[in-house]
Design a protein around this ligand. Sequence first.
Ligand SMILES: [Fe+2]
Length: 208
Amino acid sequence: MQEYSLLVSYFGEQLKLIDTENRNRLIEVFKEVPEDFYYKPSTSSNRYHNSIDNLTHGLLYHTRRVCIHLESIMKSYTMVVGEIKKVDIDSLRTAAILHDICKWSLNGTHTNANHDTLGSDYAKSKGFNDLVCEAIRYHSGYWSTDLLKNGGKGLREIPHFTLILMLHLADMTASSADDVMFIGNPETFDFDAMRNNRGKEGYDVRWW
Ligand SMILES: [Fe+2]
């Protein structure tokens, strides 16, 4: 299926960083949910997110930017606070790709407000580890479905709170109206050219 191979290419650089077990699981997920994840915008209301995210493939653009911001946040944390375990970095990278996987999926007209819990349950059903599932479940921070039942409180008490917060911060940053970093249309972008010309003039894209 074309969508499947384009997804693997689109997240290729990120997938390379992830260990074999999680990578294989992600690739299986790509085979299963290409339609919504591949074509839909990131929002149905246009109230949150920027104008790029509202386009076709907007959810992909948003997801890629979350991956990029997560790298910056993890790097800063490592420099200032201390090392993050490789296995946890791997889980957060995996969760970043998956965090909005259930944003649409139940009906075609409006995004799922509880996509955080749906996505977490989906990841669990696919065998992803606890940190991946919990990072997805609480990626909306204060506004996470499971926390809003308690008035938005309780994130600090969740195991792996600091790690989970990193994905939330990456998601918040990528959802800002000002976050308009262009990262390539999956159908027209020349990924091979970007890889082969990394660092050369005209190919100065952050992610590469
Ligand atoms: Fe998101």
